[in-house]
Structures are given as structure tokens and as C-alpha cells.
Design a protein around this ligand. Sequence first.
Ligand SMILES: Cc1ncc(COP(=O)(O)O)c(C=O)c1O
Length: 375
Amino acid sequence: MKDKQFLMIPGPTPVPERALLAMARHPLGHRSSEFSAIIQEVYQDLKWLFQTGEDVFIYTSSGTGAMEAAIFNLVNPGDKVLSLVIGNFSERWAKIAGMRGAEVEKINFDWGQAVDPDILRERLDQDINKEIKFVTLIHNETSTGVTNDVQTLAKIIREHGALSIVDGVTSIGAIPVKTDEWGIDVIVSGSQKGFMIPPGLAFLTCSPKAWKVYENCKNPSFYFNFGAYKKSVAENTTPYTPNVSLIVALRESLNMMKEEGLDGIYCRHAKLARMMRAGIRSMGLKLFVEDDNTASSVITAIYPPEGISVPDIRKTLNKDYDIVVANGQAKLKDKIFRMGHLGYVSERDVITALGALEASLAKLGYDAKKQAVSI
Ligand SMILES: Cc1ncc(COP(=O)(O)O)c(C=O)c1O
């Protein structure tokens, strides 16, 4: 039976039937009153999900589009941007800012580690002339499975006076984010993650302080223009033709999220990660992130046992159990594999995946039970 595939990559994530069925309609006209009523509801619910009183813009793009929107509406060429890099995705901010013509300084942390707040504080304390205008950072680094303490980091950045620009692509809807309370200036996300719908929408919200910076941006983006999107939110519409089918699905997935409640969603993800980590350890396998305090709730990175390759593990899981897991990225390619537990994922899914992993490893010559006894 070939169509029973289960995605355990960190996006796209599984989509609940309710959202799939909502999409299985003829597309609505994006200027119709029916669609306007739907997007009004979605805009309200997004504020709840992002825990903000500010507007949340919906872009028809993948998450990277919202990252580009943030940089191209705020940063002027020559502006100084400090990028906190802990992996492949946090590095992306530095690349985008570089293409904007910003003067980018990176602080690189070892992959597998979170940002050390003391190092950030020390660097910002040295910036007595306040040359650093922006600090880019990531909440959940999907390439390594590490979650930064964004609350603490945003506070340090706020005290310095720079704007914090945060990648919340794999945290919103899964890991606690309190945009206003934590004083985050800009945070972005993407639909194929905690939002439980397919790829194609990106989200961005910005603080009043960031809005003032946007107003001084000399050459803001056209397609992603903050001003155009803000005006459209006020009018319960979008500036250009949006992916109407995804927005209809999003209304349904947001309803599901409200039924579960934010605490329910966050606790479920935290529990799934604990289960996954305990299961991996009990097989005698090594986690890429040993520290339970910085380990992600939505993705677990795992070293293969000695003598067994990552491609073979992924191939066996896919071929024999219809479970798709991710390879490592960039310098971690073929060194680790990553199992996502993000979005529409239940305890049963994690138990099944762990069982399938154990069986796959057995087929490849690794006896997890024997290893477990010996550790
Ligand atoms: C943390 C993070 N940021 C950014 C992205 C890029 O998003 P997209 O592929 O939707 O452009 C991803 C995608 O996996 C991600 O996990």
C-alpha cells in the first residue's frame, strides 16, 4: 500500500483531514464578501497564535519570503546587522541581509548549541555608539534541533536599542512564543509547520518600534511591502491574489488550535520530544543535542549507529514503513538524521516511528535491545 506515507520531516508536516477537506472546494474569489469574512477571522486568530496585538501579515510565499520581507522593509544598505548563527537556517538571515547590502557581522556558535546570552550581551555592550541597528536570530533551529531562549535574547537586544528580527518558522504553533510580552520586534513563520497546512503561506508581525524603522526605509520591498499589507489587513483583504485555498484551510487549522488551546499545543509538543528522546536513548543511540534544556520540542537530531549510514536508515524507514525522516543539512549531511514531531502529530505517531526505527536498524544489523542493555 503505497499512499500511506507519514511525513516526519520538519515541514511540510502532516495535514489534518479537516484542513484537507476545507481546501477541497472551488477557489473563492479573493475580493468576495465570503472570502473577506474568512480572512477577517484568520487575521484575528493569527494575533492570538502570535500573542500580539499587532497585525499579522499573510504572504503568499514560503517562510523565506517573510524573512526577505523583514529585511527588505527595514534594513537600508550599509546598516549594521548582527546575526546570531547556530545552524543552517539562522545563517540565512545573514545571507539575506548581505544581499540587501547591509554590513553583516556574525556571531557563530557551534552547531548543536544555543546562543549564549552572555556573549550577545557582551557584544552589544561594546557597541557604545549604537551602530548595530538589527539583531537577527532564530527561535527553533531546524537544522540542529536546538531552541534558543528568545525571551532572554529579545530582552538583551531591547535594552541595547536594536531591533530583534526572529525566525519563528518552526516555533509558532508548537513552542511558546509571546511576541508582545517578550518585546520581539519582528517574527516570521511559514504555513507548512506548526500551522498544519501545506506550504505556500508565510506570516510576519512587527512592533510599533519596527514600524517606525520601516517608515524610514529608503527602498522597501514592493511585493512584500509592509504598508500595503497593513492597509489590506485593515480592510480584511490582501494586496494581491493570495492562495485562497490555503487561507480557507488555515481557518480550519486555527479552529483546531483554538480547541486544543495554546498550553495544550505546547505541552503536546514538549511531551512528544521527551518521548522521542527517551526512545532514542533507550536504543543506545546518540542524540545530536544532549542538553535537554536546549533540545527542540519539534525536531530531534540523531547520530546513526557506527557502521550504518544515514541514507540506509532513511531508505529503510521510507521503503518498509512509509515513514519519511530528514537528512542532516549542509555540513551535517549524512552525519545525522532528523525526526520531526511538529504540527499534526500524536503520541501514537511517535511510538510508531520509534518502533519502525528500531525495526529498520535491526534490518541494517543493529540490535537496539542489546545496545540498550549494554548502556
Ligand atoms: C527555522 C526555519 N527557517 C526558515 C525555513 C525556510 O522556510 P521555507 O522553506 O518555507 O522558505 C525553514 C524551513 O524548513 C525553517 O525550518
